[in-house]
Design a protein around this ligand. Structure first.
Ligand SMILES: *[C@@H]1O[C@H](CO)[C@@H](O)[C@H](O)[C@H]1NC(C)=O
Ligand SMILES: *[C@@H]1O[C@H](CO)[C@@H](O)[C@H](O)[C@H]1NC(C)=O
Ligand SMILES: *[C@@H]1O[C@H](CO)[C@@H](O)[C@H](O)[C@H]1NC(C)=O
Ligand SMILES: *[C@@H]1O[C@H](CO)[C@@H](O)[C@H](O)[C@H]1NC(C)=O
Length: 453
């Protein structure tokens, strides 16, 4: 078995990606992760926590005292805390299991990557107790990676708790998992009625935790039943007939009827928020991989087709598909590109492996490569290496070109991402770097390295 694994992992496979994607695998990417990793992990508080978003040059974030180009941190319980640690696990995999290159000059050893990933993951164990968030699938990611890579079940009790805590947010009447708790004070989580259950399309990304729990962590099949119900309702209500999507649907927790569907982080209720569409592509492809229900594969395809058909000619999505397309002015969302790229690679894998219908049609691997190409050409921050770094901090604007010397100090891998540019958002957060955009960019690269024809 060990021999077989070794052959699989170190086989001298021909490169499964085109040359124009070489920058995805260059030292710039890993050196950026390592540069940030050296800044922590630290004590659990807002100032010294986990990378959340890299402040852009615009005056659009609450922490104005931070220099532009530097990560604003989240505390352990923030929904994004797991992404940077999981990027470190992915960088470790890239260097070991997926080894497709020589080590980069000055690169730390595999053991150093491993202990760094572990150091950034371990303090997040307090998240096993969270019950007030639906983002438990995201928060579980570094622990799932740690378990797979280290072949231990040290984090099994945590993952059992996290999946049960997510399932506990299920509303039986509405048939969905509650995403946001209703509040009266924020524009995005407002509820139309006292019994509202709010669901955001992002929640599709949390279903994998329930599916894995049912088959591996708890062996409790109720968890996957909950996820199936949620996915079916999402097809019915979030996904429009043309394959585009709503961000938020507001259900009655009493009758299960939908009160309304609307936006929170997008441009308008009837627009299509770029990252939401990307979450849908990825979430349905991933959930298909557990359930093999063709409806999920078909939905992922429909959403991917819509995404591809509405891209601007240069291939990098703006933050909302209905925003006015003004290159160098309208904010982009490189994170939507990275998430959609990784999701389309997963989608194509599922199509290739499925014995039934759904074959033919588009080449989603090629579409994913196109998204990554546009991301590299328009959003990849300036080249650094392990031996030639650059101090953190950079003023980047919507028209700052990729790979420019000014952006070497930008802390994220990708520039030009948008967290929330909704007209009512206060504060808005656009043209920054996002720890999740970086994560899915690295993950998409790893999927290409794993590709077998
Ligand atoms: C970025 O610029 C450097 C020189 O400034 C060059 O060596 C490198 O090939 C460029 N990388 C990409 C991805 O264009
Ligand atoms: C899981 O939850 C139980 C009950 O709430 C708690 O006693 C236990 O400490 C939790 N386990 C972990 C690993 O957090
Ligand atoms: C929101 O405010 C209304 C009116 O003040 C109040 O009746 C309701 O209980 C509040 N809901 C929540 C969830 O706080
Ligand atoms: C399975 O999970 C469901 C949903 O959380 C829970 O109600 C039920 O008690 C669990 N069953 C067992 C045997 O633990």
């Amino acid at each position: 078995m060990r021999l077989l694994l070794a052959t699989l992992f170190f086989a001298d496979v021909s490169k499964a990606y085109p040359d124009f994607l070489n920058p995805v695998f260059a030292d710039n990417v890993n050196a950026r992760l390592w540069r940030t990793a050296l800044s922590g992990p630290s004590i659990v508080d807002d100032e010294h926590g986990w990378p959340h978003y890299t402040r852009g040059a615009y005056n659009n974030t609450p922490q104005e005292s931070l220099p532009p180009g530097q990560y604003v941190k989240t505390d352990a319980s923030g929904w994004t805390s797991g992404f940077f640690p999981d990027s470190l696990w992915q960088a470790y995999r890239r260097r070991t299991e997926l080894k497709a290159r020589d080590d980069f000059p000055g690169e730390p050893s595999a053991e150093d990557w491993l202990s760094m990933a572990d150091a950034w993951t371990s303090p997040l164990q307090t998240n096993a107790h969270l019950t007030d968030t639906h983002d438990l699938g995201f928060l579980a990611k570094p622990f799932e990676s740690a378990m797979r890579i280290q072949k231990t079940d040290a984090y099994l009790p945590m993952l059992q708790n996290m999946s049960q805590n997510l399932a506990a947010r299920f509303s039986p009447a509405a048939g969905v998992i509650r995403s946001w708790d209703c509040t009266n004070c924020s524009s995005s989580s407002w509820c139309s009625h006292e019994d509202s259950v709010l669901v955001i399309i992002d929640n599709m990304m949390n279903l994998a935790l329930l599916a894995r729990s049912a088959s591996i962590y708890t062996h409790n099949s109720t968890l996957v039943d909950i996820a199936i119900s949620h996915a079916d309702k999402t097809i019915q209500h979030h996904v429009r007939p043309d394959g585009s999507s709503y961000h938020v649907c507001d259900y009655s927790g009493t009758t299960g009827d939908v009160y309304l569907c609307r936006t929170a982080q997008g441009l308008a209720d009837e627009s299509t928020w770029a990252r939401g569409q990307a979450w849908g592509i990825y979430g349905f492809a991933e959930f298909y991989s557990f359930t093999r229900d063709p409806a999920y594969l078909a939905t992922s395809k429909r959403m991917a087709d819509w995404f591809i058909d509405h891209l601007p000619s240069d291939g990098l999505p703006f933050w909302d598909f209905d925003a006015e397309y003004l290159p160098n002015v309208t904010p982009r969302d490189s994170s939507a590109a990275a998430i959609a790229a990784s999701g389309m690679l997963l989608l194509q894998r599922q199509i290739d492996e499925s014995k039934v219908a759904c074959r033919g049609g588009r080449d989603y691997k090629a579409a994913a490569e196109g998204l990554l190409r546009a991301t590299v050409e328009l959003a990849l921050a300036g080249k650094i290496s392990f031996v030639d770094s650059s101090p953190i901090g950079a003023e980047t604007y919507a028209d700052t070109p990729a790979n420019s010397s000014v952006s070497r100090g930008f802390e994220s891998i990708l520039m030009h991402a948008t967290s929330n540019n909704n007209p009512r958002a206060n504060p808005k957060n656009f043209d920054s770097g996002l720890s999740y955009g970086d994560f899915y960019f690295v993950e998409a690269g790893n999927r290409l390295l794993e590709w077998e024809d």
